[in-house]
Design a protein around this ligand. Structure first.
Ligand code: ATP
Ligand code: MG
Length: 572
């Protein structure tokens, strides 16, 4: 190939225009994945021709030959100048807006009329051609599409693609255009955390899906980590808050091991292997060692002729690695805490945690995040839950599920369906519930953060014959902190020991519990002549302007009341 990357092959004439074959694509800076939905509705991630399900987002050229994925990634050692990596976040941005830090070890972006581009030797005659980020993205998407088409035996025509929550409209437009140039129709762009939620929701029964809760999604990747709090209310998803850390991720953990092994190498051979080609080799191998440490308690590294002709063989155990990586783990934990704060919630308001992205395989990260939450909270990660889905596959699976759901929709309907998943719909800031009879406890009917309009029904037992007073109330969350004495075994992390009195073997610890109290009574009604053992049913309708429509009745009878509360008197 010479000049710019060639367009996709001409359409197969045998393809019937009415057959739509759609897939899900997770497009990451580090890896990408493709997934499809089986006829019985299960999402499956597809392996490409090399057998990879996590396909490195890397393209490389040697003469006119184009390499993709793992093969291209291996070119970072010998052919780094013609290898393009970590480029997803450049798409749709001006050159002045990008951070090229991760490109220092591969083809470096250049400024061509403001568009991030790459100077690559792509022809047999060693001429250098300038390829824009848009064209690189097109090539990458074509390779993914072709791998999926080969696997499925049908030409893939469309895809749902996942992007981070901070992908701008300009970036989304650039993605749609890049896909179109590769003859791939983007059915919809969805946010990565929503895709992760969809991937898990697909395994649930409709009843389980209907349970209202706040889900925290931590997407821990290679170059960046993102977190989001997603409110699931009656099967609708609203993103309440997001947080991002662009310098944090798997690359930082690779660096921890590179430093560890380099020190060992220097000690033995008095040579620092952290220069160009040796460093590239060490990085690739250290990443493999890191992955092994997610499964086993020790891992080896073996590199022939690492530097100055010396071979390198070593072993590292998981504890040693975890100690060296503690700072990176701390930053990930902070990101998780931070997103909960940004959502103006407490950690106790989170009902489920989903760890997504390759770095979520790391056991210590999963256990550190799990330790933030009460034991009753499910933390979906391989180290904390045996039935967890593969965190590297969640985005692609969610996208594939979404693709199969909307494939028959027309564009207008797709835009409608996008709404609850990706935008912040108006929602309740306080829970709404009832206080029944003499018992003063607050029973939640609509959780805070429920997107409106919304309707919920709840039933309560009648405790005694006579009138039942039903108060519709707005609740308020209070965190009660209690001090509890706890025995400590004396073992502590090295780094923590300085300012603490760690001689003591008893420690006062705070236990935090969430209680809901009545904040404001919105409406009150008496239901006459209820019988003990019967049930009172309360229905609450909240309109989109936050007006309330309330009905209460004794189940199985005509006895009941109904009323409306204007938005001003209701909850805000
Ligand atoms: P980015 O954050 O750069 O956009 P991405 O979303 O493409 O990247 P992922 O594929 O989610 O990234 O994660 C890639 C990272 O996960 C790499 O750093 C890789 O080394 C790491 N990783 C993959 N598998 C494992 C594993 N088993 N144990 C630990 N880390 C792993
Ligand atoms: Mg990612």
């Amino acid at each position: 190939m010479s000049g710019n990357p060639s367009p996709s092959p001409p359409p197969d004439p045998e393809i019937d225009d009415d057959t739509k074959t759609v897939i899900g694509i997770a497009f990451g800076n580090t890896t990408s994945s493709i997934a499809y939905t089986t006829p019985d509705g299960k999402a499956e991630v597809i392996a490409n021709e090399e057998g990879d399900r996590q396909i490195p987002t890397v393209l490389s050229w040697v003469g006119s030959e184009e390499y993709h994925g793992t093969q291209a990634k291996s070119h970072l050692v010998r052919n780094s100048k013609n290898t393009v990596a970590y480029f997803r976040d450049f798409l749709g941005k001006k050159y002045s807006e990008i951070d090229p830090t991760n490109s220092h070890n591969s083809a470096h972006p250049v400024d061509i009329d403001g568009v991030p581009s790459f100077n690559l030797q792509q022809g047999d005659d060693e001429t250098v051609s300038t390829v824009s980020i848009n064209e690189i993205t097109t090539r990458h998407l074509i390779r993914l599409k072709d791998s999926a088409s080969d696997f499925l035996g049908r030409r893939v025509t469309g895809a749902v693609i996942t992007v981070p929550t901070d992908f701008s409209d300009t970036q989304k437009e650039a993605l749609v255009a890049a896909a179109k140039a590769g003859e791939l129709e983007v059915l919809q762009i969805i946010h990565e955390p929503v895709a992760a939620v969809l991937a898990y929701a697909a395994r649930q029964t409709p009843e389980e899906q209907g349970v209202d809760k706040n889900i925290l999604v931590a997407d821990l990747g290679g170059t960046r980590c993102d977190a989001a709090v997603v409110a699931s209310r009656g099967g609708m998803y609203t993103i309440l808050a997001t947080a991002h850390d662009y310098g944090l991720g798997g690359l930082k953990l690779d660096e921890v091991l590179v430093d560890h092994f380099s020190k060992e190498f220097i000690k033995k051979h008095k040579v620092d292997p952290r220069s160009e080609r040796s460093l590239a080799k060490l990085r690739l191998e250290a990443e493999g060692t890191k992955r092994t440490l997610s499964l086993g308690t020790s891992a080896t590294i073996s590199i022939e002729s690492l530097a100055d002709g010396y071979d390198f063989h070593s072993t590292v155990n998981r504890l040693r690695y975890e100690l060296s990586a503690k700072k990176v783990f701390d930053q990930i934990v902070s990101l998780v805490e931070n997103v909960v704060k940004k959502a103006e919630l407490d950690l106790l308001d989170i009902g489920e945690v989903i760890l997504s992205g390759g770095t979520s395989h790391t056991p210590k990260i999963a256990s550190r995040i799990a330790a933030l939450f009460p034991e009753s909270v499910t933390v979906n990660a391989p180290a904390t839950l045996a039935t967890a889905l593969n965190p590297s596959e969640l985005s692609a699976r969610g996208a594939a599920i979404q693709a199969s759901l909307i494939v028959e929709f027309d564009q207008e309907d797709i835009e409608q369906s996008t709404h609850p998943a990706v935008t912040v719909a108006p929602h309740l800031s306080h829970p709404i519930g009832v206080v029944i009879g003499e018992d003063n406890s607050f029973h939640t009917i609509l959780e805070a953060q429920t997107a409106v309009p919304a309707r919920r029904i709840a039933q309560f037992d009648v405790q005694a014959d006579g009138d039942v007073i039903v108060r519709i109330c707005e609740g308020i969350r209070e965190i009660v902190v209690e001090k509890v004495e706890r025995q400590v075994n004396g073992e502590k992390d090295e780094d923590d020991s300085e300012d603490e009195e760690d001689e003591e073997d008893e420690e006062e610890e705070e236990e935090r519990n969430r209680v809901l109290k009545v904040h404001k009574v919105i409406a009150e009604a008496a239901i006459r002549g209820a019988k003990k053992g019967g049930k009172v049913e309360v229905t609450i309708n909240v309109s989109s302007d936050l007006g309330l429509n309330v009905a209460a009745r004794v189940v199985g009878t005509q006895i009941g009341v109904r009323g409306e509360v204007s938005p001003e008197a209701g909850s805000a």
